[in-house]
Structures are given as C-alpha cells and as structure tokens.
Design a protein around this ligand. Structure first.
Ligand code: SIN
Length: 290
C-alpha cells in the first residue's frame, strides 16, 4: 500500500498497520459533517490504506447514512431485506441462539457480480461479542504486485465470471439452508445471472492494479475450461489469502470501518456462537471495473 509521508495529514491522525494495509483514523467526529479538508484527508488515507477504522464513533443510523453520503452516493444492496424505513442500511444481526453460519463467512468483495460493484462498504459496530467476530481483509493490490511478471502478463487480458448464484441463487447456500437466520435473505433467480469483469482491475484513484476475484462470487475465467479456471483461481486464492497480505480487524463497540471493495476481499470469521453481534452496513456506489 502507499504510505503517506509522515505529517501528511493536517486535520486527522492516521496510524497505519505495519504493512501499510489498514489504518486507524482518529481526531474527528463522524456524527457531524466533515469540512472539505477533513473529508479530503479521510479519502486520501482510505486510498492509501484500503481499510480504515474509526474507533469511538457512536453514530445513529441518520449519522451513518450522512457520513456514507459524504463518501459518495449509496450503492445498491440486493438479496437482503434492508432495515425498516432505511432502504440503504442492512442490519447484520446474529442472535446468541442462532446456528446458521454467520453472514459473510467466505472470502468475497461486496457485490462484485454487479455491473458496477460498490466502491466502499461501511460497517458500524453496535454489539460486539466478547469472543470471535473478527473480520479479515486481504490486500489484493500487494498480492497482485507480488506475482511474477510472467504471471501478471498472463492474467492481464483475462476476464473473470462473477455471479451471486452460489450464495443467493435458487440452488445456492441460502436456498439450501435449514437453520433459522435472523437476517432476511432474498433467494432469487436473478442471483444466477453472470457478469464478467477484468481479472486484474486498475484502481481509479491510486492507479494501482489489483486482483479482482473471490472464491464466493467468481465462478471461472472467460474462455477457459472449468478445470483450467479452477487451477488458476485456486492458485490465486491461496496466494492472496496468505498471512502476509491479510489484516485482521478486531472490533470494539461503536467503531466504524470503511473498506475499498476495488482492491480488497474480506471474510467474517465467526467464532462467537452464544453471543449477540449487531452491525449496520451501507455501501457507496462504484464504477465499472477497468
Ligand atoms: C460482510 O459485510 O461481508 C460481513 C462483515 C462482518 O460481519 O464482519
């Protein structure tokens, strides 16, 4: 990740993770509109570190929506019933007695099967379990840059086939689920549609290239047989998710996390059976991957 120069920020404090992937931002109050310079610095830190956390931000839903809209217009969230009266807010809620697999348990980049997948996802913690519940992120930019030049050239012209089907399709994981789930998932034939995107995309702000694939939403590679696709994707998924490229996010209550779906994948780890976990999530619209 890009490391901003020491003292590059005037209005906020940014503490990057040692790898530069992930950072903590303090020194601002997200419950009120940011001024122009603060907002520009938040966006710069987000571009540099891809996953940024804002501790101690007790936001209500109006404030979460208002901050999201400062980053950009809302994205479109399919297949999950939003909060009542809040078409752009999802509640990720898992009750202590729930046995269904926790939501988001496989590596993915949010809604990558859409023609214009969301640029950002914002997740605000309301109730955090005492154990488990971490969210893991992988740095798809550094993973790409660590590949050999020959592998990068081979991947350059390829397009990956994305679909929501494995999760939300009529034969998907949620359609086959037998355990009760609090979140209302909308299984649909619409989810079985496919859409292709460049396997390597260029970030519109940083200009850096990143792998844009995930085990949950990428079905294959256009023009390759299933076996060929599986061999390449399987290698890449193993490469991307090695510890060197992963940031483990540990939640505290009233924390806001904002990640960049254009250059990261994430996974909600679970491990908190018997405990309540409640999060509120919004997305920011993105552009056509190129
Ligand atoms: C998700 O948005 O995929 C879930 C993340 C989480 O609950 O930690």
């Amino acid at each position: 990740m890009l490391q901003a120069a020491e003292g590059a920020y005037r209005t906020i404090t940014v503490r990057p993770e040692p790898s530069g992937f992930g950072a903590e931002i303090t020194g601002l109050d997200l419950s009120r509109p940011l001024d122009r310079e603060q907002l520009a610095e938040v966006k710069a830190a987000w571009a540099a570190h891809a996953v940024v956390r804002f501790p101690d931000q007790p936001l209500d839903l109006d404030q979460l929506e208002a901050f999201t809209l400062q980053i950009g217009p809302f994205g479109e969230d399919p297949f999950i019933k939003p909060m009542p009266g809040r078409p752009n807010v999802l509640e990720l809620r898992r009750e202590p007695d729930e046995k269904a697999t926790n939501f988001g348990a496989g590596w993915h980049s949010d809604w990558s099967f859409q023609p214009t997948p969301p640029a950002a996802t914002l997740l605000h913690s309301e109730v955090v379990p005492h154990v488990g519940g971490d969210t893991l992120f992988c740095d798809c930019t550094r993973a790409y840059e660590a590949l050999s030049p020959t592998m990068r050239s081979m991947l350059a012209p390829l397009r990956a086939v994305h679909s929501a089907g494995r999760a939300y399709g009529t034969k998907g994981v949620f359609a086959r689920e037998t355990e009760r789930r609090t979140m209302q998932i909308i299984v649909s034939e619409e989810a079985d549609k496919t859409h292709t995107h460049p396997l390597v995309r260029t970030h519109p702000v940083t200009g850096r290239k990143a792998l844009f694939i995930s085990p949950v939403y990428t079905l294959g590679i256009e023009g390759l047989s299933p076996q060929e696709s599986q061999a390449i994707l399987g290698y890449l998924f193993g490469h991307m998710t090695q510890d060197a490229f992963v940031y483990r996010h540990r939640w505290r209550p009233r924390m806001l996390l904002m990640w960049d779906n254009r250059c990261t994948m994430h996974l909600a780890e679970g491990g908190y059976d018997g405990h309540l976990r409640v999060m509120h999530r919004t997305t920011v619209a993105g552009d056509v991957p190129a």
